[in-house]
Design a protein. Structure first.
Length: 114
């Protein structure tokens, strides 16, 4: 999982989960939480049709193989619901609106630009 900023500061406003599972989302100012791009709680959801909302609700876990570790499905669910990120040094915690939480540990990676 990668958190990053799109506006040039050090505060992340986007995230990306990229493994055999995939999800990407943004920091929603109205909810003060990170939301999956497919979440019915975020920007533009009020303009989506009922069918689109239902398709997103049923399909957000399809981005993960059924035999993939349960941790990834749980992570997708937390981000779909909306999660608050807190950081303490190299450790972080995501807590969803329902109270489900996931602990994170920073793993530095070299950024290669071509």
């Amino acid at each position: 999982m990668t958190f990053y900023s799109t506006d040039g500061d050090e505060t992340p406003d986007r995230y990306r989960i990229d493994s055999e599972c995939f999800d990407a989302g943004y920091f929603d100012k109205d909810h003060q939480a990170f939301l999956s791009g497919g979440s019915p709680n975020g920007q533009g959801a009020d303009q989506m049709t009922e069918k689109s909302l239902q398709d997103n609700a049923e399909g957000h876990r399809r981005r993960c193989p059924s035999d993939h570790p349960v941790t990834y499905n749980r992570l997708l669910d937390v981000m779909y619901e909306g999660a608050v990120l807190t950081i303490d040094g190299r450790e972080g915690r995501l807590v969803s609106q329902s109270g489900t939480s996931i602990s994170l540990v920073e793993v530095p990676m070299a950024l290669l630009l071509d």
